[in-house]
Write a protein that binds this ligand. Structure first.
Ligand code: FAD
Ligand code: ZN
Length: 466
């Protein structure tokens, strides 16, 4: 039997696609990478995934795992060779179990993040991972990229929200590590090895996730600040006043909100334009009234100290959603504005303001007129530091001709400030060469040794990460 015939036998002919329009599986979210698969395979169970991987291993065919295909580093689509098998996990979408007393739930890897949040909420519980792509990204993809998102400040990233995994290895064996234990020091942590491995070490088929009690109220506020330094001071103040109640602290610069204003004019912007706008979210275990009072007192102090200008506290869930919508619309507004050069960087919070001041100056000196679209999770020291072509310059041409030089300036600056060139999006294809020159040689050597041990024939997402 040919490989395609074996795959058809494993998952059914209707779920091993070889022709028709497969662009939804073969083009990445940013439309930066286009590949061609030997077949798009859509298994419905862990056993089917194991059968697919076993067949691919026998034929020496590479496998690219895919969840919602919302990844931003070009790692979830096949390459252009037409020889790789695209393994899409969307049909594996069962919530397997919820253990309310243990505050855990076990799900298939193809479950959409929003579905998982809703299943937890239906039991009065919270699954705290949240990001703008939550309507289409999957738990498997979230874990494979160790996604961060907007609740990271309080609840941690995908890694911290995962207690156990089920993984199909490169040889087609199933590792059943779906434990709901908080403590387990029985040797090397295999779970943590697979989390963040971007489909290069194993195929995640299931996960046991950590839940939290639902807060009594979640409220949001916006505040205008003139400098990023003031935003960091506001963060310190909010941490001191709200403690663990502070669940989100996002910033958006003038250009970011201007893009939303021009491409999505239907979205209300509660505050007038300002150099920086901060979005604060508070989760309160008492009541909405209590939360709002805390916010108002906090903002009053911030105003007295000259940290903020205009501010608005959401007076309803609807208004909270509108505020979040503004923040979450920025990537889409950027996409509508055309190609741009993205950087997903992490820095110590204490140096973010100096980093931006210095890097802005360097980028603007080299490329006068570019628009710096900065936004992100300031509470985590994570900025999406994006560079858009100057007004009137063709965006695609700008990215093609200037990306390498812009990246060199930005990443040299990140290195100088002790930061990371990938905070939450991963390495994939986009950042691979950058990683090879910026990560320490010893770290790279250890990573290659792990890859060789777990995937000796380089069949899982080859050419990505390493
Ligand atoms: P995919 O894009 O399908 O895959 C991503 C990677 O994971 C690939 O390397 C793929 O091979 C691998 N993979 C997928 N499923 C599996 C599996 N079951 N087993 C093994 N490997 C697998 N990311 C953040 O961290 N924080 C954000 O705030 C954030 N915001 C975003 C906003 C928008 C509008 C968009 C489009 C993306 C955003 N992202 C963000 C990036 C992206 O959504 C996340 O990385 C997400 O976790 C990817 O999930 P996915 O199911 O779409 O994975
Ligand atoms: Zn982000």
């Amino acid at each position: 039997m040919t490989l395609v015939e074996t795959l058809r036998a494993a998952v059914g002919a209707a779920n091993a696609l070889t022709d028709g329009d497969l662009s939804a599986f073969e083009v990445d979210w940013r439309k930066r990478y286009r590949g061609r698969a030997l077949a798009v395979v859509r298994p419905a169970s862990t056993a089917e995934v194991a059968a697919v991987v076993t067949a691919c291993a026998a034929h020496g065919a590479a496998i690219v795992a895919q969840g919602g295909n919302t990844g931003l580093v070009g790692a979830s689509i096949p390459d252009a060779s037409g020889t790789q098998v695209l393994l899409n996990l969307a049909r594996m979408n069962r919530v397997r179990a919820i253990d309310a007393e243990n505050l855990t739930m076990t799900v298939d890897a193809g479950c959409v993040l929003q579905t998982v949040q809703e299943a937890a909420a239906a039991q009065g519980l919270l699954f705290a991972l949240s990001l703008a792509a939550e309507g289409s990204c999957t738990i498997g993809g979230n874990l494979a990229t160790n996604a961060g998102g907007t609740g990271m400040l309080r609840y941690g990233n995908a890694r911290e929200l995962c207690l156990g995994l089920e993984v199909v290895t490169a040889a087609g064996a199933v590792w059943g590590g779906l434990s709901g234990l908080r403590k387990d020091n029985t040797g090397y942590d295999l779970r943590d090895l697979f989390i963040g491995s971007e489909g290069t070490l194993g195929i995640i088929t299931g996960a046991t996730l950590k839940l939290h009690p639902q807060p009594a109220a979640v409220t949001t506020a916006l505040a205008a600040v003139t400098t990023l330094e003031a935003a960091v001071d506001l963060l310190q103040l909010a941490r001191a006043r709200l403690g663990a109640g502070l669940t989100g602290f996002e910033v958006m610069n003038r250009h970011a909100l201007a893009l939303v204003r021009s491409h999505m004019p239907q979205l209300a912007q509660p505050l007038p334009p300002s150099d920086w706008t901060v979005l604060l979210e508070q989760s309160d275990s008492e009541s909405e009234l209590h939360a709002r009072a805390l916010f108002e007192a906090l903002l009053e102090t911030a105003l007295e100290r000259g940290l903020i200008g205009d501010a608005a506290v959401a007076s309803s869930l609807e208004q909270s959603k509108t505020m979040w919508h503004l923040r979450e619309a920025i990537p889409m507004a950027q996409a509508l504005a055309g190609a741009n050069i993205k950087h997903d960087i992490a820095l110590p919070v204490s140096t973010v303001a100096r980093f931006v001041e210095r890097t802005d100056a360097l980028v603007l000196r080299a490329f006068p007129g570019v628009r710096l679209v900065d936004f992100g999770h300031l509470g985590d020291g994570n900025l999406h530091y994006n560079v858009q072509a100057p007004d009137g310059v063709d965006a695609a041409v700008f990215v093609r001709d200037r990306e390498a030089a812009v990246n060199a300036i930005v990443y040299d600056s990140v290195d100088a400030f002790g930061g990371s060139i990938s905070a939450e999006h991963g390495i994939g294809a986009l950042m691979r060469d950058e990683l090879a020159v910026r990560k320490s040689p010893v770290a790279l050597q250890l990573m290659r040794a792990i890859k060789r041990a777990l995937d000796p024939n380089d069949l899982l997402n080859p050419g990505r990460v390493l």
